[in-house]
Design a protein around this ligand. Structure first.
Ligand SMILES: [Mg+2]
Length: 404
């Protein structure tokens, strides 16, 4: 049993929808510059996530990493972006060809040694991560088992999801309606995204405070609320915001400052009257150990398709269990749920479900992961438990790059 090909495929399709997917955008570090701050959602959100509809449809494309074994079975993972696909082709593929798809530790170590020079963090580690997940999917398909069984699970039959409101309008009426909807759909937690940071001045801060108030009023007292700063604030701004929103009782404040500012995260964790989360833009057991050693966060958010794959997330979870912090991985629900199902609920309490983003992210899946009454039942099929619905694929092509 050996791996005979590693590649990326780009699928193109068309989503039926008459409204833009992105009603609003998040605050971003580049908002420190006034020209960038003035740009709207359609100008700054990634184009593959879908733009304006035309004639009631939005073009959708997703790239997936694929790993094929010598019997023709194919494992896949994603979506990934073009940079990951390029790095899979150039850097990761040669480390994996000829390997046994059940030997995850060996494959991971070979990939790590292949990318380590400049790839301990960022895009090369993301490329490694996607291939690691695709190898787990392949192993699951070859053995006929869901990945969580291969990982020693499941520890539960279903996982609570929290409603992530990325892309939703922040208008008062819309926030009130969506917040009520989220509760009615059975979610017990929801995360919203600030639009403003220090560059927007007192007026922006006022709008940020209003957002927290509106969400709290919308969901009522019994539902957890979280807010994401996407690394766009600074320590002083976060502390002033903390004083103004403390009354609304946050489950966590996410990525208040640059991912590199580990000591600033730790200072905010000590200063703020609610938990701090980070790690969406951190990588590997070594990166997360540094966060834990510094006391930088109450909640860690590794992304399975970025931080080192399923193999590495298992190690990050094991480490986190020795530091009394929670792991609530970032997004990518399909691969993530297998890790969560193999961990205790006390360590990994819930799954992030991107309400808007998922319609693109999971567009090509025949059976997308979808919460019912706020919980996701574990997929029962082999591997990741999802298949591509070929009826939705208008065009499929393999991405390869010629040598220089
Ligand atoms: Mg985030």
């Amino acid at each position: 049993m050996k791996i005979v090909d590693v590649r990326s495929v780009k699928l193109e399709g068309s989503l039926e929808r008459s409204e833009p997917i992105w009603e609003e955008r998040i605050s971003m570090p580049l908002d420190a510059y006034a020209d960038f701050r003035a740009r709207g959602a359609q100008e700054v959100m990634p184009t593959w996530m879908g733009l304006e509809p035309e004639d009631g449809r939005i073009p959708v494309s997703c790239i997936f990493a694929e790993v094929e074994s010598d019997d023709g079975t194919v494992g896949f993972a994603g979506p990934i972006d073009e940079i990951q696909a390029f790095l899979i082709d150039r850097l990761v593929r040669p480390c994996v060809l000829g390997e046994d798809p059940r030997a995850h530790e060996r494959i991971w170590d070979r990939m790590y040694r292949g990318v380590e020079a400049h790839g301990r963090k960022g895009a090369p580690m993301q490329a490694l991560s996607a291939v690691d997940c695709a190898v787990w999917d392949l192993h699951g398909k070859l053995s006929g088992e869901p990945i969580y069984r291969l990982l020693g699970g499941p520890l539960r039959d279903e996982v609570p999801a929290y409603a992530s409101a990325l892309g939703f309008s922040l208008d008062e009426e819309s926030v009130a309606r969506r917040s009520r909807d989220i509760v009615e759909q059975g979610y017990r937690a929801t995360k919203w995204f600030f639009r403003h940071g220090p560059g927007s001045g007192p007026e922006g801060m006022e709008k940020n405070v209003d957002l927290v108030r509106m969400v709290r009023e919308g969901v009522g007292g019994g539902v957890d609320i979280m807010f994401d700063c996407w690394r766009s604030w600074d320590v002083r701004y976060a502390i002033e915001m903390g004083e103004r929103i403390a009354q609304y009782g946050l489950r966590w404040l996410e990525e208040p400052v640059f991912a590199d500012r580990v000591d600033a995260h730790a200072a905010l964790r000590r200063a703020l009257p609610f938990p701090v989360s980070t790690g969406e833009h951190e990588y590997t057991r070594w990166g997360f150990k540094a966060l834990m050693d510094a006391g930088a966060a109450d909640v860690l958010q590794p992304d399975v398709l970025w931080a080192g794959g399923i193999t590495e997330l298992m190690k990050i979870c094991a480490l986190a269990s020795t530091y009394d912090v929670e792991v609530v991985p970032h997004a990518h629900a399909v691969a993530t749920i297998h890790v969560l199902a193999s961990q205790p609920a006390t360590l990994c309490p819930m799954l992030e479900f991107l309400m808007n983003h998922s319609m693109v992210h999971q567009f090509f899946f025949r059976e997308p992961i979808e919460p019912r009454n706020g919980v996701v039942a574990l997929p029962e099929g082999p591997g990741m438990g999802v298949e591509i619905d070929d009826d939705k694929v208008l065009r499929r092509r393999i991405l390869r790059w010629e040598p220089y």
